[in-house]
Design a protein around this ligand. Structure first.
Ligand code: SF4
Ligand code: SF4
Length: 106
């Protein structure tokens, strides 16, 4: 798995999550055996062979908007993450996130 494992399909930065960093119970949603493998957003992005939903011509689709607007702060942040990725690219965004979360090298 590449550094992309820290970016979920919907835009969540997994690298900042303790469950991911310490590998307690989550390896992000790019793993086949992931516990959230029944996610329709994930399944849709994989079927379209996209790295993330921001690459989709339908972005943000109805299902994704419902997810982003469900009141969970992390989901609203995921939308902002995708917009930022579209602006500066994944590599720069990952560096930015590592600096923001202080997760670099951990
Ligand atoms: S909602 Fe779906 S695409 Fe987003 S992190 Fe969870 S499993 Fe991945
Ligand atoms: S249709 Fe929606 S869920 Fe599917 S890849 Fe596009 S933006 Fe993501």
């Amino acid at each position: 798995m590449t550094h992309l494992e820290k970016l979920s399909y919907c835009g969540i930065y997994c690298g900042g999550c303790l469950n991911f960093k310490k590998n307690y119970n989550c390896q992000g949603c790019r793993y086949e055996e992931n516990m959230l493998s029944d996610c329709p957003l994930r399944a849709c992005a994989i079927a379209k062979e996209l790295i993330h939903c921001g690459e989709c011509e339908e972005f943000p689709c109805k299902e994704l908007i419902e997810f982003y607007e469900d009141g969970v702060p992390l989901h609203d942040l995921a939308y902002k993450n995708i917009l930022r990725i579209k602006e500066i690219g994944i590599d720069k965004w990952l560096i930015e996130q590592e600096e923001l979360s202080g997760s670099k090298g951990k």
